[in-house]
Every structure is written in C-alpha cells, then in structure tokens.
Design a protein around this ligand. Structure first.
Ligand code: NAD
Ligand code: ZN
Length: 341
C-alpha cells in the first residue's frame, strides 16, 4: 500500500510502498479516505528537536483520518465491514489507575498513532476496535478527518461552563478558531480571538461569529471597553503555546477566572504566579480528547448546527502532499485535508 513515511532522519516525508498492516483479534483495518495534516505532522516533517527525540524511523505518520472498515478482528463486536469511521489516535493501556477508572485520556501508557506506532497517512490503518468512532451519515469523510483536532477544541472549550460568559481565546490557528466557534455555539456572550498573524484573524473573522483581535496592533483593554466588559474575561482558552499570549491572558482575566491550556510552549515560559495567586485563577491543562465523551459532544454539536466546514481551506490529492505541508508551513491556512481516493 501507499503511505507517507518518515523514512530518513531528515526533514520531509516520502510517499512509498509499505506492507498492509496485519490486524489482531481486537483490531479493525480501515481503508483511509481523507486525512488532516496536524501541527504535530509539521514538527515531524521539519524534523525538529521534539520529532528527533520522539519518532522512531521508519514510521508511517498521521493521526487525523476517516475511512471505511474493510476487515474486523475475530473478537470485535458492534462494528461491521463497510462502516464509515474516524477514531481516537491515542491508543491507551488498561493497567493504570486512570485507565481502570475509565479516564482513558489520562493513561500514562498512551501511544500515539503516527507518532509511536504506525499512523493514518496510508491506504490502510490498523486500529484497536476500542478506538473506532462510527460516523453518522450527516458527517462526511472530510469532516470525519478533522474530528481529532476539533475534539481538542471541544475538550478545551467545554472544560468550564460557557453560557453568558466572556471568553478569550489566544491563538487563531485551526484549533483556536474551532474553539472560538464552540464557545459561540455553546452560548458565550463575547468571544474574543487573538493572534499576531492577520491572515489567520481574517480567516477567523470570515468563518466565525467572534471578535478577532490582532494584539500586535490592538490593545485588549480597548477591545474590552468597546465591548462593555468591565472586569475582564471569565473564561480563557490558550491555543497558541506563545509566552506573550499566556501572559496577556493572565492579565486580562477576571478575579476567579478560569483558563484551559491546550497550547504547547516550545520551552518553559516565565509565568506571573503572583497574578495567578492574587486573582485566584483556575488553570487546567488539556491533553487530547476525553474517550469518548468529547467525540460524543463534537458529533452532537455538528449535528446541532455548528458549521465547521469552512475551517477546511485546502483539499489536495495525497500525491500533492508536499504542497499541503507547504501550505501548513505558510501559516495562513485553516485545515489541510488530503484525499486518499
Ligand atoms: P497553530 O500553530 O496552527 O496556531 C497557533 C497560533 O498562535 C498561530 O496562528 C500563531 O500565529 C498564534 N500566535 C503566536 N503568537 C501569538 C500571540 N502572542 N498571541 C496570540 N496568538 C499567537 O496551532 P494549532 O494546530 O491550532 O494548535 C494550537 C496549539 O495546541 C498548539 O500549540 C499545538 O501544539 C497545541 N496542541 C495541543 C494538543 C494537546 O493535546 N494539548 C493537541 C493538539 C495541539
Ligand atoms: Zn493532531
């Protein structure tokens, strides 16, 4: 089968022939139709320090996908050949305290497909049946392929109650934009989305009912005054991994405000703990998606009218994967989806 492989310890990926994976009794085999390129895949493409430390070579990469079940392990019940699925890319163990308590997203033995074990940028993906998420008819393959990053947005956004709240989202990457969309859909009052990249803010302003703010040019205090917000933001979602954005968020929160942090800083960042203490802020780190409550909620939100489609800005056949990674590198696009035929 064709697959996108990190074949050498160097930047780039190769589209090459590899063996179709053999499934075990508890697995399914998925014929991949669409895949999304994630920021993580960009790290692997660029072969940065994190990738060099983390990715065994050779490795089939990719973890955002949708496809159709073509084979089922002998112990698998409740799934059938021909069924359309997406699925969780975090493969968990069943031994840790968290896993045995049903909090699978907190399992310390988690392995990532396309990171630690062979991934979804391939004609066929082997997946534990446990990880599969059947797609309803009203969620097509390209939406199915972005349920993983949308799930990051949903998991973060639904950490705290949102109805009537003023929300600050820092970082208008694809996940930040989707998180802002969720905040709007879930009943927030004002949703302010910041970035320093005007292209990203323009995209966000076009496709979501939010207030985009370029913090390189505009002062958030003035934005607050314009919106009639006196004391600060009630809920914060950090989606940039950028130190100045996190500092700004702490500064802009109301007393007792609540922050969920998804963004991953490249290195440890200086943090104003005094402000955190005196403002009595609540801060929660967010990793992945809750299995499978996040998947339930995100599908339900799309079905109840959250229109996600416009976050997909680039659609390419997999043979044009280099163009896709180039688009991601430019940093002005939304989601890039590759078609596997
Ligand atoms: P992205 O890199 O596409 O977007 C980040 C955005 O932040 C960019 O548009 C960038 O211009 C913006 N930014 C940079 N400096 C800023 C500043 N000072 N103020 C405001 N915005 C600023 O990332 P993404 O794919 O949307 O993902 C969002 C974040 O979530 C990334 O840090 C990613 O690594 C992280 N992530 C975490 C998990 C997890 O499980 N915790 C999963 C997926 C992604
Ligand atoms: Zn990802």
């Amino acid at each position: 089968m064709k697959a996108l492989v990190k074949a050498e310890t160097a930047p780039g990926l190769s589209l090459m022939d590899v063996d179709v994976p053999e499934i075990g009794p508890n697995d399914i085999l998925i014929r991949i139709r669409k895949t999304g390129i994630c920021g993580t895949d960009m790290h692997i493409w660029n072969w940065d320090e994190w990738a060099q430390k983390t990715i065994p070579v050779p490795m089939v990469v990719g973890h955002e996908y949708a496809g159709e079940i073509v084979e089922i392990g002998s112990h698998v019940e409740d799934l059938r050949i021909g069924q359309r699925v997406s699925g969780e890319g975090h493969v968990v163990g069943h031994r840790s305290r968290a896993a045995r308590a049903g909090k699978f997203h907190l399992d310390p033995e988690t392995k990532g497909i396309g990171v630690h074990i062979p991934g979804a940028f391939a004609e066929y993906l082997k997946l534990p049946a446990f990880n599969a998420v059947p797609l309803p008819d009203d969620i097509d393959d390209e939406l199915g392929a972005i349920l993983d990053p949308f799930g990051n947005a949903v998991h973060t956004a639904l950490t705290y109650p949102l109805v009537g709240e003023d929300v600050l989202v820092t970082g208008a990457g694809p996940i930040g934009i989707m998180a802002a969309m969720v905040a709007r859909h879930a009943g927030a009052r004002h949703v302010v989305l910041t970035d320093i990249n005007q292209d990203r803010l323009d995209l966000a302003g076009r496709i979501a009912d939010i207030t985009p703010v370029n913090t390189a040019k505009e002062d958030l205090m003035e934005v607050r005054a314009r919106l009639g917000m006196r004391e600060g933001f009630d809920v914060g979602m950090e989606m940039s991994g950028a130190a100045p954005a996190f500092a700004q968020m702490i500064e802009q929160m109301i007393m007792g405000g609540k922050i969920a942090v998804l963004g991953i800083p490249a290195k440890p960042i200086p943090t104003d703990w005094t402000a955190i203490v005196f403002k009595a802020l609540v801060i929660t780190g967010i990793y992945g998606r809750e299995m499978f409550e996040t998947w339930y909620k995100e599908i339900a939100m799309i079905q109840s009218g959250l229109d996600l489609r416009a976050i997909i800005t680039d659609r390419l056949p997999v043979t044009d994967y280099k163009k896709g990674f180039e688009r991601m590198g430019e940093g002005s696009c939304g989601k890039v989806v590759l078609d596997w035929g």
